[in-house]
Design a protein around this ligand. Structure first.
Ligand code: NAD
Length: 364
C-alpha cells in the first residue's frame, strides 16, 4: 500500500514557494518517491518522473524542487494550460524498478487526486507509464494507439521546436530564409540531436557533429550532405554560427564560454547554463543564448495535447489535431526571436527576459 505524506521543504535552498510536496512510500515494492507541485495557476502540474540513483534524500529533494519549478516556466512560456510539477523515484540497488513499483507510484498519484500528472523523464519509459496507468488516469506519455493518436515519443517534436528556434533566430539576425552554408554544431546526436541534424541538413546547413557514440556519427555521415565530425571536447570551440547543445546540462560554464565562437547557442539540453550568471556572461560577449526551457518545449507541447485528448477535454481553443499541435510547436521560433530581440533592446540577458515573460504569464 502506498503511503502518501505531505512534507515541508520550505527551508530548502531550492524551495521557491512550491504549493505542495509529497513523499510516497511503498514497503512491498521499495518505492520511495517525491512529488513537487511548484505552481498550478494555469492548470494541473504536468512533468516527468525521473528514476535515478540519488546519493541521499536531500539530493532527490534538490532535483524535484528545481525541476518542478522549471516546468512551470516552460509550460507558461509555451502557452500551455498546465502548471509545473515533477516527480523523482530513488533507484535502490537492492530493489530494482518493477511494474509493481510503478503501479504503486500510480496509486500514490491517484491519492493526490490530479494535482500532478506524470510522464516520462530520465530513467522512465513508455512501458512504465503503462504500468502507472493501471492505478491512475493522471499519467501521460502512453504509447500511441487508435484512441490516442497524439501520444508517443515526443523527441522528434522537441527537435522540431529547437529547429524552429534556430531558423527564426538566425533569420532575425541576418541570414535570410535559408540555412544554406550556415555552419551549425550539434553536441549529442541522440533522439533530439539527430532529428535536429536532419532538419538543418534539409535546409542546407553545414553540420559539425560530436557524440561519444560512434555509430550515430557514422550514420549521420552517411545520411547528411555536409558533415564534419569533431571530438565532444572540441565541439564548442568550432568556428560556427550556431552551437546546439543536445547532450547534457551544465555545458555553458567558466571554462567553455571563453572558447565559444558561435553567434547563437540553441539546443535541447536542459539546464545548459552551469549557473544563472553565465547567461549574463554570454550576453556581455554578444553571444545569443536561447533559453533551453523555451526552445526545448516541443516535447511538453506534444505531451499536453496527448494528455488533454486522453481525458477528453480541449482547453486549446482549436481542434486537437496533429497539424494544430505542430503549429503550436513552431510558435517556439517566434517566442525565441521575441526574447532575443527584447534582450538586445533592453540590454539584458535572454534568460532573465524569458523568466520575466514566463512570470508575467503564470503570476498574472
Ligand atoms: P538521448 O539520450 O537520446 O541523447 C543524448 C545523446 O548525447 C546520446 O547520443 C549520447 O551518446 C550523447 N552524449 C552523452 N554524453 C555525451 C558527451 N559527454 N559528449 C557528447 N555526447 C554525449 O537524449 P535526448 O532525448 O536526445 O535528449 C537530449 C537532451 O535534451 C537532454 O539533455 C534532455 O534532457 C533534453 N530534452 C529532451 C527532450 C525530449 O523530448 N527527448 C525534451 C526536453 C529536453
Amino acid at each position: 500500500m502506498t503511503v502518501v505524506t505531505e512534507i515541508d521543504l520550505s527551508d530548502h535552498p531550492e524551495y521557491d514557494g512550491h504549493e505542495k510536496i509529497f513523499k510516497m512510500e511503498d514497503k512491498a515494492t521499495g518505492l520511495l518517491s517525491f512529488v513537487a507541485i511548484h505552481n498550478s495557476n494555469l492548470g494541473p502540474a504536468l512533468g516527468g518522473c525521473r528514476y535515478y540513483t540519488y546519493t541521499n534524500e536531500a539530493d532527490a529533494h534538490s532535483d524535484v524542487l528545481r525541476l518542478s519549478r522549471g516546468m512551470t516556466y516552460k509550460s507558461a512560456l509555451a502557452g500551455l494550460p498546465l502548471g509545473g510539477g515533477k516527480s523523482v523515484i530513488i533507484a535502490k540497488p537492492d530493489k530494482p524498478k518493477t511494474s509493481n513499483m510503478m503501479e504503486a507510484f500510480g496509486e500514490g498519484l491517484e491519492k493526490i487526486g490530479g494535482l500532478y500528472v506524470t510522464a516520462e523523464d530520465v530513467g522512465t519509459t513508455e512501458e512504465d507509464m503503462v504500468s502507472i496507468s493501471k492505478s491512475t488516469s493522471y499519467v501521460s506519455g502512453l504509447p500511441p494507439s487508435e484512441t490516442l493518436p497524439l501520444s508517443g515519443n515526443p523527441s522528434p517534436l522537441t527537435a522540431l521546436g529547437v529547429f524552429s528556434a534556430v531558423r527564426d533566430v538566425t533569420n532575425a539576425f541576418g541570414e535570410r530564409n535559408k540555412l544554406v552554408g550556415v555552419r551549425c554544431g550539434i553536441l549529442g546526436l541522440g533522439a533530439v540531436g539527430y532529428a535536429l541534424a536532419r532538419h538543418l541538413d534539409e535546409l542546407g546547413a553545414e553540420l559539425v557533429l560530436a557524440d561519444i557514440n560512434q555509430e550515430s556519427l557514422q550514420k549521420a555521415e552517411r545520411e547528411f550532405s555536409n558533415v564534419k565530425i569533431v571530438s565532444p571536447e572540441d565541439l564548442h570551440k568550432q568556428d560556427m554560427k550556431v552551437f546546439a547543445p543536445c547532450a547534457l546540462g551544465g555545458g555553458l560554464n567558466d571554462k567553455t564560454i571563453p572558447e565559444i565562437k558561435a553567434k547563437v547557442i540553441c539546443g535541447a539540453a536542459n539546464n545548459q547554463l552551469a549557473e544563472r550568471r553565465h547567461g549574463k556572461i554570454l550576453h556581455d560577449k554578444g553571444i545569443i543564448y536561447t533559453p533551453d526551457y523555451v526552445v526545448n518545449a516541443g516535447g511538453i507541447i506534444a505531451v499536453a495535447y496527448a494528455y488533454y485528448a486522453q481525458i477528453g477535454k480541449n482547453p486549446f481553443g482549436n481542434e486537437m489535431t496533429r497539424e494544430n499541435m505542430i503549429a503550436k510547436i513552431e510558435e517556439i521560433g517566434d517566442t525565441t526571436r521575441e526574447i532575443c530581440l527584447r534582450s538586445r533592446e533592453e540590454d539584458l540577458p535572454t534568460n532573465q527576459i524569458a523568466d520575466k515573460m514566463a512570470e508575467d504569464v503564470f503570476l498574472k
